[in-house]
Design a protein around this ligand. Sequence first.
Ligand code: ADP
Ligand code: MG
Length: 200
Amino acid sequence: MAALNLAELIAAAADTIGAHAEELTALDQAIGDGDHGLNMKRGFEAVRADAEAFAAKSLPEALKAIGTKLVMTIGGASGPLFGTLFMALGKEISTEPDRADLTAAFGKAIEAVAARGKSQVGQKTMLDVLQPVHDALLRGKTAPEIANIADAAADATMPMKALRGRASFLGDRSIGHMDPGARSTALLVRTVAQTIGKSA
Ligand code: ADP
Ligand code: MG
């Protein structure tokens, strides 16, 4: 894997989240409280504002610092969960990861998110995208394939009944809507896949 351009990756992630904030808001209006778009935008703009400082750190330290920033700025239920994802990735990843390192660290980070959220796959959350992406990494899928797998996994949350988070209050009425956190996760996965794929 070529050296990761973290500043470029941060800018791309913040651009993507910004471009899709209204869509995320609409998804969260359907089965939550409608703040997911703004939450994510606030978080990723805060990361963008400090991009130079993050990019100056080693990858593990940068990911930990980004996670901490996301916890402080996203808010809601998703802030601590996205924060945990990045902090745990930072804790587990090596300074110059190859695919195997990245895959192993990502697996551990997903476990940390599940522990933090007391959640598991099939409950209509971000985990329903994270887990298939990890499986795809394990199976040797290419970056474009992984991006498509993430989108398909977000779509696949539609028929699910929410069992965690605010959407679970709706019970059966959560069925038929895409989970906002699954969608934002898929957007981030595509951005990372495209940015890393470009330099790989
Ligand atoms: P809030 O629900 O507090 O308004 P957000 O709207 O920002 O927070 O985020 C909602 C998203 O967070 C959901 O779509 C879901 O993907 C994710 N989420 C909520 N609770 C959990 C949980 N316990 N485990 C995993 N993901 C969760
Ligand atoms: Mg919400």
